[in-house]
Design a protein around this ligand. Sequence first.
Ligand code: F6R
Length: 250
Amino acid sequence: MRIYECADYHAMSRRAANLISAQVILQPDCVLGLATGATPVGLYDQLVEWYRKGDLSFAETRTVNLDEYLGLAPTHRQSYRYFMQKHLFDHIDIKLENTHVLNGLAPDPQAECAAYNRLIRDLGGIDLQLLGMGHNGHIAFNEPSDNFGLETHVVNLSESTIDANQRFFASREEVPRQALSMGIKNIMHARRILVVVGGADKADMVCKAFTGPVTSQVPASVLQLHPDVTLVGDRAALSRLKEAGVSVCG
Ligand code: F6R
């Protein structure tokens, strides 16, 4: 695993955007697995800036997003489809039909999940999967549990995730209680994984995930078993990891 330590959020976003743009430049028709949340906003801004400068094109790139709230329409301001349009897709030359986000209004959520698994396979798998990490160690919406959710599935959000995500909604009551999410198997089958984590509040979990036992109680810990993971973090998020003796590059 490669670990890059960055001075702050801006530097972290730039470094992560560099790694994504390298992937797109080397393989223009690659399949990018994308994430939402607060963490990737800065890196998406950076990708948009490089696209506007003419340094980057997404004309042939395909994307699959990790997850979507169940019950939210794609046009809902807190839906992940809306997020992706707002922060990335509306500002670059990607073809809309090449962008894939689970449908939160699917009449049959199980069928939607099965179709998403087929879609990922039909695209040839994910070349580079971007991940954030929850305070409880979740990746996508794979919450701490007694077993790893393997492929795309319906998830009951944990109380801690509902708490963490209420900042995006008018009230806690409005946060959906369920989501559709890629599973650990979908993520682990990605050829390369890029994890981006910022902030002192995630330092303990980062350390636990990357130095502790591999357990479904800390879903991100499974990444220790993946052969090609890059972790990009700011100083605060990597502080405990460094205290534990893990070496990082600047
Ligand atoms: C989002 C996702 C989540 C977030 C995680 C961290 O698509 O899959 O796992 O990456 O909750 O969120 P932030 O970046 O808001 O701390």
